[in-house]
Write a new protein. Structure first.
Length: 367
């Protein structure tokens, strides 16, 4: 019985100690804050971490506080890792500043690399010279590329005097002479305009006296234009403007004899032989002047409208010829310049000439 009592007392003692141990653990847990109640004092000292979490737990807590999701990193927490941003870099020193001599060498090396002369490859490996003929024709206003290909198929195009019989021929627009139906095509960046000059406009591109001149009608053109010949200030009608210097020179040169046609309003009655007198020649101060053609267009009482054609281009020549014959001119209009007709173009209107008209002009002066 004594032994059983000892055992019972012993077991009771053991149970008590076990209970006491569990109670001690509960007390320790009660003293610690729960995870959701812990305060993460970012930037706190290691000593305070150790006091709260103790030893390793405090160190681990500091690392957690520094890198916990949603918690900001600080210099103290980042400084714990070598090379961390914001902390001292272990094993790495600051890069020394480069000298000016070193920068100059780098700059010189880069220039030598990119300033190498271009190597010209043989023509067989590069692009072929010139442009396709149909492309040049299309750019000159002869139609679409497909339409220009049809012109070539119909044997209507010639290059340097030879008819082109196949597609894909390449030409140089600056050097080669290209014709369609016998008319030269203006393949370069030339401009050709026809202006119906009103009365009172001076036949110059600029006027120092401030009078209205031909340049006032082409002020929005960047390319410089020339006027082909002149018209008297009081004479109306067609006058050509272009930047093709050779064409302008030939159209006004007496050697090529480009015909100009005028309508003149005069007072009659007219003798029957007036046309013969003008064709035979009228003596003027600067020599004889002859008309190529004369006819009466309209007659109303004493008012006559006559047409005079001539290839000369002297100053006031039509007015002087008719005045010398005894018929002063009341009004004068130039209706044709070579093959280019004024038509129904209104006074003061500027129009761009068609490629056909340009070709006819060039054929007129052997261009």
């Amino acid at each position: 019985m004594r032994s059983s009592g000892r055992n019972s007392s012993g077991s009771g003692k053991g149970n008590y100690r076990g209970a006491g141990n569990k109670r001690d653990e509960k007390q320790q847990r009660a003293g610690r804050p729960r995870p959701e109640e812990r305060r993460y004092d970012v930037g706190g000292s290691a000593g305070s971490d150790e006091r709260r979490g103790g030893g390793k737990g405090g160190a681990r807590g500091a690392a957690a506080r520094g890198g916990a999701k949603g918690g900001p990193r600080t210099g103290a927490s980042q400084g714990g890792r070598p090379g961390g941003k914001g902390g001292p870099q272990r094993g790495r020193g600051q890069a020394p500043a480069r000298s000016r001599e070193y920068d100059a060498k780098i700059e010189e090396r880069n220039r030598a690399r990119y300033d190498k002369p271009q190597v010209k490859t043989p023509k067989t490996f590069g692009e072929q010279e010139g442009e396709r003929l149909q492309k040049v024709l299309a750019r000159a206003g002869m139609g679409s590329r497909r339409a220009c290909e049809e012109l070539i198929d119909q044997a209507r195009v010639e290059v340097n005097g030879e008819i082109v019989m196949e597609q894909g021929v390449r030409v140089d627009p600056e050097k080669d002479e290209i014709k369609v139906d016998g008319l030269t095509v203006a393949t370069q960046s030339y401009l050709f305009f026809a202006l119906n000059k009103p009365a009172g406009v001076v036949s110059t591109m600029e006027d120092p006296d401030g009078r209205q001149c031909l340049g006032d009608y082409v002020t929005n053109r960047e390319t410089r234009l020339f006027h082909v010949g002149r018209l008297d200030t009081e004479t109306e009608g067609i006058i050509l403007l272009t930047n093709h210097g050779e064409l302008a020179h030939r159209l006004t040169h007496p050697r090529y004899g480009v015909r100009k046609t005028y309508l003149a309003a005069i007072q009659g009655p007219l003798p029957r032989d007036l046309g013969k007198q003008l064709k035979d020649g009228i003596q003027l101060e600067d020599g004889y002047a002859r008309a190529d053609h004369f006819r009466v267009v309209e007659n109303t009482g004493k008012n006559y409208l006559v047409e005079v054609s001539l290839h000369e281009g002297r100053k006031h020549i039509v007015r002087r010829m008719l005045a010398e014959a005894g018929f002063p001119v009341d009004k004068l209009v130039r209706t044709h310049f070579g093959p280019i007709a004024l038509g129904d173009q209104k006074s003061g209107w500027l129009r761009r000439m068609t490629n056909t008209e340009v070709g006819m002009l060039m054929r007129e002066v052997d261009l």
